[in-house]
Write a protein that binds this ligand. Structure first.
Ligand SMILES: *[C@@H]1O[C@H](CO)[C@@H](O)[C@H](O)[C@H]1NC(C)=O
Ligand SMILES: *[C@@H]1O[C@H](CO)[C@@H](O)[C@H](O)[C@H]1NC(C)=O
Length: 498
């Protein structure tokens, strides 16, 4: 009896041990499966729209026809506090490097075709990082981060294949940049065969080709940087015809360009689905800055103040969403703070990176995006400009802009409503100090600077701290303008002149 009892006890103990071990194991397994890295590396498609305003997508403005964008946004996670820089090259530099543009000499406006420079070569850009993590890397569209030598071009920075533009502002049909040379390239070869094909058709078509040819045993990163909806205002007529109620012709064309881009995105999403890749693909969509504010009244940042080129919300608060089966919580609006510099560490983490450059400004916000956890980001630098001295910083809900130059920030009503407006412009003046509580005043209507001098002081101190890492703005190489002339390169813009 005694003996039998001991046996049973032993057996029970062993069983318990077995269960404890098993449970422990399954606990560990569970922990692993919910840790930050998905088991099978997801594909990443990063779609960047050019000069798309806050009121330029259907899910925020029902007049705009963007069925694919709306569907992806609603099925995924709408980003309501996702920030970029005030213009093209600075935002692209931030996304590609994880550094604030003022730390790269990229704080001012776009890189011009005569600038003998690019993003500093000692930095490893996102495509190279993902390449090292086993990804095939494709870029289609507009680069705008320098091309004076091969090392600065998309192929030089880690894209296996590139199809698109080096510079900015090309004609959407001839692909000629700055009226001087062809700016359409397949890797390092100029493509002279597409004169007359609308850029969005070309770029979505090429993205589909890359997806089709992709070796499915590897994950891929596709950076699809549309030239839409940047000027020149051009689009096939079928798209402007979709907006008969809009009287302003410039607005009608821009709206058409938005819908053309939406169709392009639909082609890419359909290709992902057709090739069985959609389920394991994380799609990121963002604008690079707000819509420009000009006398053409083409873009819509309503109700935000300011537009492209300004540090006000209309220039820097990006339309954006993410979509993918690896997101745990979907179908909602995410109000967490994120900045363009965060994409690099976040997407690298998704791709399995274990280490990142500690000097980087970006933070890994994967759990914020995936589970709506509070963002590790509580502050960011809008930018620090030197030519027209201007700095902007966000700390929690407060935003401080300090400027010592003259520039105006307007509040332009939705351009679809009228042909002409009375617009309300505020000129920033010498030694201007502007403090806003964005939580209660997202349209920056009430300057609290005089009411809250202590907060202004603290935030100014923060700006001074950030400024210690400033790299002076990269110079324009006026003297080398002749060197970059397409006439020296068979009529196309090309590297090889610095
Ligand atoms: C594109 O085609 C148009 C019309 O045929 C022509 O005038 C123009 O020179 C062409 N441009 C280029 C870059 O080939
Ligand atoms: C988006 O942010 C604004 C503040 O800028 C806020 O008023 C609005 O409620 C947010 N949208 C949602 C759906 O949370």
């Amino acid at each position: 009896m005694h003996h039998k009892g001991r046996l049973v006890a032993c057996f029970l103990l062993a069983l318990t041990c077995f269960f404890v071990v098993r449970n422990h194991k399954s606990f560990q397994l569970q922990r692993d499966s919910s840790s930050t890295v998905p088991s099978k590396k997801p594909n990443i498609v990063f779609i960047l729209a050019d000069d798309l305003g806050w009121g330029d997508v259907g899910y925020l403005n029902p007049l705009v026809i963007t069925p694919t964008i709306d569907k992806l946004a609603r099925e995924g996670v709408i980003l309501n506090q996702s920030y970029v820089a005030q213009s093209c090259s600075p935002s692209r530099a931030a996304i590609m490097s994880g550094y604030y543009p003022y730390r790269l000499g990229f704080q001012e406006d776009g890189v011009t075709v005569d600038m003998p420079t690019g993003v500093p070569l000692h930095l490893m850009l996102l495509p190279r990082k993902l390449q090292q993590l086993g990804y095939s890397t494709y870029m289609v569209g507009k680069w705008h981060l320098g091309f004076c030598k091969k090392e600065y071009t998309p192929n030089g920075r880690g894209f296996d294949h590139f199809y698109g533009y080096y510079g900015a502002g090309q004609d959407h049909y001839t692909h000629v940049g700055k009226c001087r040379g062809l700016d359409l390239h397949h890797d390092f070869e100029p493509d002279r065969t597409q004169n007359g094909t609308y850029s969005t058709y070309l770029f979505s078509g090429k993205a589909v080709e890359f997806i089709k040819a992709h070796d499915k045993s590897k994950p891929f990163f596709l950076y699809l940087a549309f030239q839409n909806v940047h000027s020149p205002l051009q689009v096939p007529e079928i798209y402007t015809d979709m907006y008969p109620s809009v009287a302003n012709e410039n607005r009608r064309i821009k709206l058409g360009m938005i819908t053309a881009m939406d169709d392009g995105i639909a082609k890419v999403v359909n290709a992902l689905r057709r090739h069985g890749l959609l389920d394991n693909t994380l799609i990121v969509f963002s604008s690079d800055n707000g819509a420009p504010q000009n006398e053409r009244f083409e873009g819509n940042n309503w109700p935000l103040r300011g537009g492209k080129g300004s540090l006000f919300e209309g220039g820097t608060r990006a339309v954006g969403f993410i979509h993918g089966s690896m997101l745990e919580k979907t179908g909602y609006v995410n109000n967490q703070l994120i900045h363009a510099v965060d994409w690099y560490p976040t997407l690298s983490t998704v791709a399995g990176a274990e280490t990142l450059d500690p000097e980087m400004d970006g933070l890994n916000v994967w759990n914020t995006l995936r589970k709506n956890e509070p963002s590790p980001r509580t502050e960011f630098v809008y930018n620090i400009l030197e030519r027209k001295p201007l700095a902007g910083i966000r700390v929690h809900d407060y935003k401080l802009i300090v400027g010592n130059s003259h520039f105006s920030a307007c509040r332009v009503p939705p351009p679809e409503t009228k042909l002409k407006f009375e617009i309300e412009c505020t000129s920033l003046i010498r030694n201007g100090v502007y403090l806003y509580d964005l939580k209660n005043d997202p349209t920056e209507s009430f300057n609290l600077a005089e009411k809250m001098p202590q907060r202004v002081k603290e935030m100014n101190t923060r700006i001074e701290e950030y400024k210690k890492k400033l790299v002076p703005t990269l110079d324009r190489g006026i003297s080398v303008a002749l060197l970059s002339d397409p006439q020296n390169f068979g009529g196309a813009w090309a590297p090889g002149w610095c």
